[in-house]
Design a protein around this ligand. Structure first.
Ligand code: UDX
Length: 464
């Protein structure tokens, strides 16, 4: 893409960009800003991360990102540092993309990293510039940090402040950053807004809605979006509990609901529920924040959303027992441990949680995930991690599909028939054609479908 020279604070220059934090959000943002033609420095306090990024090695799986990283290390537009002094003297726009994880033992978000990054920036900035927060934060943070910057900056520099939440999805992070569906900017000064319009000129030229608003709205848009998505998933999963009890087909129900344009079909896939580094911690942080504000009732429904979500994991474990009998010594093949496909992320993964619970119940658990084995084995080293789906099902009493990678949804009974000990399958993501598997002699259960163990199996159980 051609370098775009634009008007920046009265001069015809292109703003230099720094991105603080080089996790999923920061690394993607840095590489995409370089792709848009800007000179970019990514900063992280972790020297090892900086060393590997500087060599073009990405410490996580994200489609398209390794190519962008290598491309712009070569063009010289993208480099990495651990020095706030360096970026403070060099960049015109500083994006903050560090994490806000859930605090240990609490629902609230841990603001240590965002606060530390903002303070370091304020103390090291030696030229007029703009700080733009991107992390997902409790409402009220931007205003607090704007004041922190004002109190700690050097007297002779002027620093603008804005909040610009990120909506990227893992697995689509590059696309979501280069072609966002909307840009939201919480900002108080026109000059600062203008800088953001310059940075996002390409997306604005593509007619991406640019919503300029106050700090609080910009912070709330992000948590509201994630709370809505989590609620939508738990909504269909609550109906799964009904169809599992009375009969009915959850997929048809979701399809029929989705035809109503006011509702829409997306995020109505019933299954083992949501996980990952965002949705679970964001709905908890929102509850914690509104409680602090004395509004605990307002978001109380989110605790139900969370509970419905966690009950899905119990349901898979119960189904495993119903199908395979007492779990002690049973060989169980787990297909997928990441929180969703096309990612290697196992943070708060429903799939990994179920695998670990089956192991704790005494099962012998074989795990295969196309990208997630390494991260999962760091968390649960005692599961057996194997190199392919077919290897995982060898001699299995039960196979459970927990993450809907396409290589699992494409499986056919004939692929597994001769490998397993017993033809028992749980489709915990609702992606297999149940009739096909039943016709091939498999006992198959899917979440959101009533499960009745087959007569032959029931009598076998009675004999044992
Ligand atoms: C989410 C938001 O979508 C994104 O906008 C925000 O910036 C970060 O959080 P991400 O965590 O990458 O993105 O995952 P997402 O695609 O939203 O999926 C979240 C979880 O919901 C996954 O575990 C997924 O398996 C689950 N899910 C999603 C369902 O169970 N059913 C669905 O229909 C959709």
């Amino acid at each position: 893409m051609a370098r775009s020279w634009r008007h920046f604070q009265g001069e015809t220059v292109s703003p230099r960009i720094s991105v603080i934090g080089t996790g999923y959000l920061g690394a993607t943002h840095a590489a995409c800003m370089a792709e848009l033609g800007f000179e970019v420095i990514g900063l992280d306090i972790d020297q090892n991360k900086i060393n590997s990024l500087s060599r073009g090695e990405l410490p996580f799986h994200e489609p398209e990102l390794p190519e962008l990283l290598l491309k712009h290390i070569s063009t010289g537009r993208l480099r990495f540092t651990t020095s706030y002094k360096e970026i403070g003297a060099w960049a015109d726009v500083h994006f903050i993309g560090v994490g806000t994880p859930q605090k240990s033992g609490e629902y609230a978000a841990d603001m240590t990293y965002v606060d530390a990054a903002t303070l370091s920036l304020a103390q090291h900035i030696t030229k007029d510039s703009v700080i733009v927060g991107k992390s997902t934060v409790p409402v009220g943070t931007a205003r607090r940090l704007r004041n922190l910057v004002a109190e700690n900056k050097q007297a002779d520099v002027s620093i603008g402040f804005a909040w610009n939440p990120e909506f990227l999805r893992e697995g689509f992070a590059v696309k979501d950053t280069l072609q966002p569906d909307r840009l939201v900017v919480g900002v108080e000064e026109t000059a600062t807004e203008q800088v953001l319009r310059t940075v996002y000129a390409a997306a604005i030229a593509d007619n991406t809605p640019f919503i300029s608003t106050d700090f609080e709205t910009s912070e709330l848009v992000k948590v509201a979006a994630n709370a809505f998505l989590a609620t939508k998933i738990s909504f269909i999963n609550a109906f799964s509990e009904i169809t599992e009890s009375v009969g009915g087909d959850i997929r048809t129900l979701a399809d029929a609901l989705g035809h109503d344009l006011r509702i829409g079909r997306r995020f109505l896939n019933a299954g083992v529920g949501f996980g990952g580094g965002c949705l679970p911690k964001d709905i908890r942080a929102l509850q914690a924040r509104v409680s602090e504000l004395g509004l605990e009732r307002t978001m109380r429904f989110l605790s139900e959303v969370d509970e419905i979500n966690l009950r899905r994991r119990d349901r898979v474990v119960h189904l495993a027992e119903e199908m395979a009998g007492p779990l002690g010594g049973k060989k169980i093949a787990i297909l997928g441990v990441t929180f969703k496909p096309n990612s290697d992320d196992v943070r708060d993964s429903p799939a990994l949680d179920v695998a670990a619970r089956l192991f704790s119940a005494g099962a012998d658990v074989n795990v295969y995930d196309p990208k997630g084995n390494a991260n999962a084995s760091k968390r649960f080293p005692r599961l057996n991690y194997v190199g392919s789906a077919l290897e995982s099902v060898s001699d299995a009493d039960l196979v459970i599909l927990l993450t809907e990678w396409s290589e699992f949804s494409d499986l056919l009974p004939i692929d597994l028939d001769h490998l397993v000990k017993a033809k028992n399958f749980i489709d915990a993501r609702n992606v297999l054609d149940l009739a096909t598997w039943r016709a091939a002699g498999w006992q198959i259960a899917a979440l959101g479908h009533k499960f009745e163990s087959e007569p032959a199996f029931a009598s076998e159980m009675a004999l044992s």
